[in-house]
Design a binder for this molecule. Sequence first.
Ligand SMILES: Nc1ncnc2c1ncn2[C@@H]1O[C@H](COP(=O)(O)OP(=O)(O)OP(=O)(O)O)[C@@H](O)[C@H]1O
Length: 265
Amino acid sequence: MNDMNLTERAVQAAEAKMIARGVNVHYGDTHALKDVNVDLLDRTVTAFIGPSGCGKSTFLRCLNRMNDTVASARVTGEIRLDGEDIYDRRVDPVQLRAKVGMVFQKPNPFPKSIYDNVAYGPRIHGLTRNKAELDAVVESSLRRAALWDEVKDRLLSPGTGLSGGQQQRLCIARAVATAPEVLLMDEPCSALDPIATAQVEELIDELRSQFSVVIVTHSMQQAARVSQRTAFFHLGHLVEFGDTSQIFTNPRDPRTESYITGRIG
Ligand SMILES: Nc1ncnc2c1ncn2[C@@H]1O[C@H](COP(=O)(O)OP(=O)(O)OP(=O)(O)O)[C@@H](O)[C@H]1O
């Protein structure tokens, strides 16, 4: 029996890109996240859902140490990327964020050209050796973000001059340009219209072939459309985590059921 458990655990560990164990977050006296355990699988979209203030963004920010920048935040527990403890003192958070990229709620292109927005990460991380290589990374990143055809003739125009949906795809191109392994998205469509939302959702589905993607969303329809795994948070607890179809059709916890049927929110 023990042997079987070990085997099961080994299989799960082999598939998991990131593993969180016993993660707690305090902001001063506020205990925002309580003993969270999660395996994030490779080449899978995982959605974090739950009512406002339940800790979704807090947990997302633990995954690339963005909480390091919040003075009052204290993170305990263990988070591993491919087995490596990302909170180990030897890990450089800037290097980590190249591997675990992030796209924010509001498109936030730098006040630079479209080209320079995408080239920024490869330049600071020294990922390319010459202009031709950098050009190639910029083009392939814009193609992966389904933006190339719309901007290829105006690469030197400001990124801030694009539409909201284009800006968000530019931010996705910027994130994928450093060849991340995990892409974190914090409500990436909340500032977008339905057409731009559909484009970004389609893109998320494509990105899944290369990355592990985690998306925080308030839209259960969006979670159901784009994700294969869903985690439901409530009052700082990870209440339920499983296949998206199971969470939405056959939730095991009454709190999950109340949320997805609109009784709490
Ligand atoms: N920088 C901060 N300083 C202090 N408290 C914070 C900070 N960020 C979040 N919190 C608190 O931590 C808890 C979880 O917040 P978090 O933003 O993670 O929730 P959320 O589920 O992402 O909410 P929303 O859906 O509204 O974005 C809340 O009680 C919030 O007030």
